[in-house]
Design a protein around this ligand. Structure first.
Ligand SMILES: Nc1ncnc2c1ncn2[C@@H]1O[C@H](COP(=O)(O)OP(=O)(O)OP(=O)(O)O)[C@@H](O)[C@H]1O
Ligand SMILES: [Mg+2]
Length: 264
């Protein structure tokens, strides 16, 4: 099975240590959520996995070959139409023009974009449409690893639910591995198989939670209940700035974090 293993990841920006002894494992078909407060190094970790940043130190083994990223802002090419933005990744893979436009149009359609929307330039699209284009652009190359840096955080609840559905379908059909960052514990509980809880100064993983119930069987009451249960845990409350507690947060290895994590 395709895997990503990271151990002993350290990163400094100048003299500031932002990641200290971070480790994680990710398998094909699995969704792993990184949660934690602003500045705890989530994006830095994602950039390392994407190969966009060389860390100070790491042991990394990745068998994933097709990696796609989606960031908080859609980052579309302003001079290309929605269709050509979606087709961009296929161009890099050498797919001929007619074929890539056809594939991009089919996926755009599945994402709820009408042919007239696909002919528009990014500035002519609403924020929600831009997010659909951005998700389609990430999915069109059929990545085996998808990296998501809070891509849905600025969207309204209905649109978020639509895009979650589209994402879920892709993950199920293609057994895509997903590494997603979110500030929203409830979003993580809804979408992830496992959650890594990070804290800052320096950024490290303090707990890992495994959500045993299959994603397709998670009802909204279950998500609310489980999120509330996780919020009872000191590290989680402190991580989200909800407690004045002075609990010392240990620097844990991934193995230790896994053993100490509650099984929900
Ligand atoms: N290019 C950079 N140069 C110097 N410091 C940086 C750089 N990028 C990030 N940092 C610092 O590294 C730390 C971790 O940043 P990072 O963006 O990874 O956090 P994050 O968990 O993604 O936060 P957020 O939730 O706000 O997006 C922060 O203290 C940040 O100020
Ligand atoms: Mg970030």
């Amino acid at each position: 099975m395709t895997v990503l293993h990271i151990r002993h990841l350290y990163h400094r920006y100048a003299l500031t240590e932002v990641l200290a002894d971070v480790g994680l494992d990710l398998h094909a078909g699995e969704t792993l959520a990184l949660v934690g407060p602003s500045g705890c190094g989530k994006s830095t970790l994602l950039h390392v996995v994407a190969g966009l940043l060389t860390p100070t130190e790491v042991l990394m083994h990745s068998e994933f070959r097709g990696i796609a990223c989606m960031f908080q802002e859609p980052r579309l090419m302003p001079w290309k139409t929605a269709l050509d933005n979606i087709a961009l990744g296929l161009k890099a893979l050498g797919v001929p023009k007619a074929a890539r436009r056809k594939q991009a149009a089919a996926l755009g359609h599945r994402m709820g974009l009408a042919p007239e929307d696909l002919a528009k330039y990014p500035h002519e699209l609403s924020g929600g449409m831009q997010s659909r284009v951005s998700l389609a652009r990430a999915l069109v190359i059929r990545p085996d690893l998808l990296l998501l840096d809070e891509p849905f955080s600025a969207l309204d609840v209905g649109l978020k639910a639509d895009l979650y559905g589209l994402l879920e379908e892709q993950v199920r059909q293609q057994r895509t591995a997903v590494l997603m960052i979110t500030h929203d514990l409830m979003e993580a509980v809804r979408l992830a198989d496992r959650i890594l809880m990070m804290v800052p100064n320096p950024g490290r993983v303090v707990r890992e939670f495994t959500l045993e119930l299959p994603r397709a069987e998670r009802s909204s009451p279950w998500v609310y209940q489980t999120t509330a249960e996780l919020m009872q845990i000191d590290e989680v409350r402190i991580g989200f700035g909800l407690s004045e507690g002075t609990l010392p947060l240990p620097v844990t290895s991934p193995e230790h974090a896994r053993h100490s994590g509650c099984m929900v």
